[in-house]
Design a protein around this ligand. Structure first.
Ligand code: HEC
Length: 182
């Protein structure tokens, strides 16, 4: 029994030392142009999806999410703050979408149907509000209240259906709609 504990302690020390050597060695490739291996990629994506799903599960989707008022308020914000990373009809790449890793998802495409409408709204609201650590997705909470974030969620929901012309109309900032609307 004693030697069993001794061996376990020894194994623990060896593992911790190996991890420290790796961290301090500089062998890890931190560049955005070096891709993760498949296992790391899977682990990070799974970690992200489950973390967001748990944190967002209690969020209440507003009843008027599909209203045109929200769509019209969300459009200009999207165009000013998000388009450089998440694209628009007729715009298929930018320096950000080419150079960032993880690559920002193209929000003009319909999402894969793994989530229902409620889960998708919760996920999008949560990610816009809190951001994603160690990726280029910022938290927008510091300068935008929840209502304003829901307006952007409403806009993103419709984005895959918009033509270039509709996008232009919906993202134009009318006089007086510059900042707060609630
Ligand atoms: C500088 C680039 C950048 C900007 C600007 C940006 N994002 Fe993102 N966003 C990202 C990246 C990168 C991810 C993916 C992060 C990941 O999966 O680890 C992401 C993820 C998302 C997602 C999650 C999509 C999904 O379901 O997987 C949403 C929604 C989103 N962003 C909305 C927005 C909105 C709305 C804005 C503007 C207010 C915005 N983003 C601005 C880079 C950006």
């Amino acid at each position: 029994m004693k030697s069993y504990i001794k061996n376990l302690a020894l194994l623990f020390i060896v593992v911790v030392t190996a991890i420290l050597v790796f961290i301090y060695s500089g062998w890890y490739q931190i560049g955005a142009d070096t891709r993760h291996n498949k296992l790391t990629y899977w682990a990070l994506e799974t970690l992200r999806d489950h973390s967001v799903a748990r944190a967002a599960s209690e969020i209440q989707r507003p009843a008027d999410l599909e209203s045109s008022a929200r769509l019209l308020r969300g459009g200009p914000d999207y165009n000013e703050m998000c388009v450089s990373c998440h694209l628009a009809p007729g715009k298929s790449s930018t320096d950000f979408t080419k150079g960032l890793y993880p690559k920002p998802p193209d929000l003009t495409r319909k999402p894969l149907k793994m989530l229902n409408a409620k889960q998708l709204a919760q996920r999008r609201f949560w990610i816009i509000k809190h951001g994603i650590k160690a990726s280029a997705m910022p938290s927008w909470a510091p300068n935008h209240d929840d209502e304003r974030i829901w307006d952007m969620v409403a806009f993103i929901d419709r984005l895959p259906e918009l033509t270039i012309e509709q996008y232009q109309v919906l993202t134009e900032r009318g006089p007086g709609s510059s900042n707060h609307h609630h």
